[in-house]
Each structure stands twice: as structure tokens, then as C-alpha cells.
Design a protein around this ligand. Sequence first.
Ligand code: TXA
Ligand code: MG
Length: 329
Amino acid sequence: MNANVVTADAAAIDRAADALRAGALVAFPTETVYGLGADAANPVAVRAVFEAKGRPSDHPLIVHLADAKHLDVWARDVPDGARALARAFWPGPLTLILPRTALAGDAVTGGQDTVGLRVPAHPVAHALLVAFARRGGHGIAAPSANRYGHVSPTTAAHVADDLGDRVALILDGGPCDVGIESTIVAFAGDRPILMRPGRIGVDALARVLGRVPAAPSGGAPRASGTHASHYAPRTEAFLVDAAILPVEILRLTERDEVVAVLARAPKPAGFDGPWIEAPSDADGYARELYANLRALDAAGADAILIETPPDDPAWLAVSDRLARATHRG
Ligand code: TXA
Ligand code: MG
């Protein structure tokens, strides 16, 4: 593996905090996916993140904080609903989009009047944020540590594959527990809007908010994770219902195409291509999803067939990511 991957012990975390303060980029684990971090208050460092990812510069980044008490350093006019969500779910896999303060410059917000904020629960992310704050830092801006449009990384090796030579340091904290990106909630005034589904589901949000968050409309803030084709493997991927999966495999293999499959069932006798049997529960499926997509992508197949996920609220975030991974156009 790449030489700049280091085990995230106390010494490595101090080194990483120093590097961030000096304006360098550091990749680090969170409970959702690995982030590509930069000093959020340093526009030169933030611009280097866009450069490393190959991401359009008007796409805003999430600012990560050590503690919810730093919320008001970055956000103003915080609605009660947002405070309630922060109390209920931070530290954790939730991002809030809120009106920004002057500290949130155009580089980190993509020039928007709002800023994305999250307090991650992962012990390495937390320790890094604390070490960074001790050095006078205010927050770490971090998108997922993948090349733009590619599948998000859930291990240090994934980061090294995508960005190995573009970051000062990759802190290895093992595989991510949630496996898909944070739930994002924005506010139009007091009205909560679900910008991106995640592990924290609509029911859990609604219990705290006392109302179901709205779906994003045309006027909602822009979020690159909400583009139709995102999180995509490089091999063409297709959603296929379980009932027609055997027929579809036969159709493609008869044309001498190599087919890779992601299903929630064991590999059938007679199929000798790459096949991953994914967990049958939504959280387990999500945890392994991006590693599975990367593995099937690396299998050299002509197509990846993905069994359609259950039509159930618990699978909303997984369905969202699979729809984007299989989107064409
Ligand atoms: O779980 C996560 O959220 C991970 C980890 C590293 O924290 N980060 C992540 O970042 O997924 P990224 O940049 O890949 O996705 C962040 C999403 C993007 O869709 C971005 O456009 C949106 O958050 N976002 C950030 N700030 C925003 C803002 N001010 N207004 C609207 N959307 C915003
Ligand atoms: Mg991303």
C-alpha cells in the first residue's frame, strides 16, 4: 500500500493536525466514509481539496467540528429544529446545512450563503478535530476522499487507490462502520428538507423534528451528492430484479460478456463469474456497499448487475446510492 498510509495512533494524529494547520491535506476515517480534510478556514488549503478530487469548485464542502458547541462559530440564525437534531444525533452521521457566518468563506461553501456542518463520532476523526482545535483550528473541511464522481472510500486502501499521491497523509482507522455518507438536512427557514438520505432515517428525523422532512425541490441548495450520476463504479452497472436476474445473466453470458453480480443471495451453481453475496439487512448492506462496488469494478467485467434493493423505508439510503451508481446519461 501507499507509503503515506499510517496507522492512526496518537503520534500520527498529532502529525496530521500539524499538517492540516500548515495547509496540507490529510485523509481520515469517519463513521460514514473517509474524508479528505483541509483547514476549513484556510481558502488555499480548501482549494487544494477541489484540485485533488477533480471536483467543480462551486460544490460546497462539509465542515467537521470537534463538538456541537462550535456550531455557532460557523452558523447563524440556527432554527430550533436544527438544534434539536444536533442534540439528538451529534456526534454522528448527520450533516446540517445552515446560514453561514463570516468564518465560512466562499471556498468552503461554494459561494453559497449556507455552510454544511457535522460532528463525526469516529474516535480518530474526533481525536484529530480535538488536536486541530488545540492548535487553534476552527474546523476541518472534508468531502469524501475519492476522485470526483467515483465511489466513496470506506478503507484507507480505497483512499490510497484514488488519491494516494495527492495527500500528505492518510490516517488508517480501519473500515468505516456506516459505509455510506451522512444524512443531510437543510432548512428553508424553519422547514427541514432531507437533502441526502443516510443511516439516520426519515422516521428518526421526524421523531425529533415533530414533522417529516420535505424532499428537495428545485429551489433547494445544491449538493453534489444529489446529482443523478454519482458514487459510480467505472464498469457499467445495472439494477435488476431478483426474479429476472438469472435470465439477464444468461442473456449477457451468451453474448460472451463477463458479468459481475451483487446480490443478497448466494452464488448459484453454474455461474462462474464474480459474485458477491451482500448482507440482507440494510445497515450491513450499506456498510459493505462501496467496498463491494469497488471489488466488482476491479473484476474486469463488462457489466455489473445489482439486485434491486427491497422497496422499504429502511433501504432508502441504499436505494438512493444504487440509483446513482447505475444512472446513465
Ligand atoms: O458522511 C459524510 O458526509 C462524508 C464524511 C467525510 O463526513 N462527507 C461527504 O462529503 O460525503 P461530500 O463532499 O462528498 O458530500 C457532501 C455533500 C455534498 O453533496 C455537498 O454538496 C453538500 O454536502 N453540502 C455541503 N455544504 C453544503 C451547503 N452549504 N449547501 C448545500 N449542500 C452542501
Ligand atoms: Mg462525495
